[in-house]
Design a protein around this ligand. Sequence first.
Ligand SMILES: Nc1ncnc2c1ncn2[C@@H]1O[C@H](COP(=O)(O)OP(=O)(O)OP(=O)(O)O)[C@@H](O)[C@H]1O
Ligand SMILES: [Mg+2]
Length: 290
Amino acid sequence: MKLTIENITKTFKDKSALNDINLELTTGVYGILGANGSGKTTLMRILASVMKPSSGRVLMNGQDIADMNEKYRELIGYLPQHVGYYKNFSAEKFLKYIAALKGLPKEETSEKVEEVIELVGLTEYRSKKIGGFSGGMKRRVGIAQALLNNPKILIVDEPTAGLDPKERIRFRNLLSKISTNRIVLLSTHIVSDIEFIAKEVLILKDGQLVKKETPQSLLKGIEDKVWTLVIEEKEIPRFQSEYKVGNIARVEDRFQLRILSDEQPEPNAENDIPNLEDLYLYYFDEEETA
Ligand SMILES: Nc1ncnc2c1ncn2[C@@H]1O[C@H](COP(=O)(O)OP(=O)(O)OP(=O)(O)O)[C@@H](O)[C@H]1O
Ligand SMILES: [Mg+2]
């Protein structure tokens, strides 16, 4: 299975949201990382075929998805960034309702709904109203609805936003479990979400694809750019204005700064092992250094 994205550009009036994106996706989990407004949702909506690109095309196994039309939609499961749930519906009733909207054959519905409820771990709560669910449980209902048609391509837009760490881990593991034989695209601001499950990370910046690499190789790319340095408190502002500064930790009466820089910021700064948070800072934290 291969999804090819060719020269995709999207412009809203005079605002360019995506600029000449070229990509090839095969089965596995892809993490899309990018600051607010970098084009994540726009790219996902185009791939989910709920929005058309201004130019360029998307091919599924060599066939233009614009020509495939319904045939392509049948392959898609999509969890939008913002979803409204019917608070007074139970999880089961909601999923049956969505199954009907998606045109699932009636005789298959009960079995399928049961299957997805089981998969996302909501069996116990199936007849409880969604209005009383936690954020993580609602998100699981969202994934369940996206899985009803057994999609080959699953697109989930910021599924972990607002979840507590435990719910996030659970959600990650769920995505990992269902990624066999599927293309899974997941966008997030939280780098730890994709560190372990993504086979590749796509970094979007101002509508451009700036990186497409494995998490490991992305980290390798900033290997010599992460520094730690212990300084006096009064020196902190100077470093913050000159460098991208991450964590600041108190060490007795001084402060240890984590700095992202191509060059050694001070002779006594030491290199440290990069993590994905450093990566995010390296690529996206521009406001503070501009
Ligand atoms: N329907 C629209 N009309 C006009 N501009 C839009 C529309 N949708 C998106 N944009 C603009 O396109 C750019 C990319 O938006 P998009 O929603 O894809 O970003 P994002 O990476 O998903 O951001 P976030 O992290 O906040 O969800 C932004 O500048 C946004 O304002
Ligand atoms: Mg978005």
